[in-house]
Design a protein around this ligand. Sequence first.
Ligand code: AMP
Ligand code: MG
Length: 349
Amino acid sequence: MKMYYNWEKMTNTEELRVVCNLIRNGEIIIFPTETVYGIGANALDANAVGKIFAAKGRPSDNPLIVHLADRNKIQEVAQDITEVEQELIDNFMPGPFTLILKRKPIIPDIVTAGLDTVAIRIPENIIAKGIITYSGVPIAAPSANISGKPSGTKIEDIRKELEGKVSAIVDGGETKIGIESTVVKVIDEVPVVLRPGKITPEQIDAVIGRVRIDKNILGTLNKDEVAESPGMKYKHYAPETSCKLVYCKDELDQIFYLKKFIKQYDGDVVVIGVEEHKEKLFLDDQRFISVGKKDNLEDYARNIFSALRKADQIKSSKIIIEGVKMEGLGYAIMNRLIRTCEHDFFEKQ
Ligand code: AMP
Ligand code: MG
């Protein structure tokens, strides 16, 4: 049976029927969203959702996000929605925003890792929307990658890693945003950001008048602490090659320290950084992967996961990654990169 579908230019409605039937029949598929690609299954079918965990090698205590076609569907899977939660829904959904709500029993335990809450998102991407709508069921979907690896944002990367483990792969081109959604839980009427993303704390504050950032976001929890967002405690976004993150506020410092670290590994490194720095570091295409122009955080976010995979293929002693300023979208990027580098982070403010 056909398993690769290219809908980059246009969704093929005949094929859409086939793909949605797979979902309804308890199979798993890969599909694009505006953040990253997802591996989806019918969220109401515990057996189907089990296939996602098996394909990814995902730990069973890491819950999945349930994707819905529109706001009217929220009440089918969640209950006791508070005023603050409703305001967040009205302002940020559909979009790259995930809200943790009190779950309804219809959602099986495997989806929520037994928690009494469920994470919901309404994607904006037209292909994702079509698949959820015509499947007629909520779709549980984590990112399309082997657990612990960088998320899948390009179909070539995903095919290499997951082909043969799913029933269909839908190609919608490169994902627009490139990093995963902002995850928020309302605690005592305060929106708490559990995972930063494209929707920034500043944007949430502007709407609700308050916001908090979970302390686990840029650090690690002590062993005896319970993670509010279970997924954030795992090693994540990491290629095979070990990585080092470097961020200096001053650009001359940044170049100086990058050179120093390159020398430390006798030049056997790959640098992931901004285009303008390639020549300054005297590196060629084998040793330097660009994530876009300086200060363009949107390009950085879109390119970072595929850059990590590309750097890994070069098989060097170390991947050195240029960090960004921790504000706005930069906050979300650094949250991922600190995990990529397992806290090997050189910083000079
Ligand atoms: P991924 O599916 O890889 O995009 O990751 C989903 C993220 O949402 C992980 O960090 C999960 O731990 C988090 N998450 C999902 N469901 C819940 C929930 N009910 N409560 C808190 N965090 C959740
Ligand atoms: Mg993931």
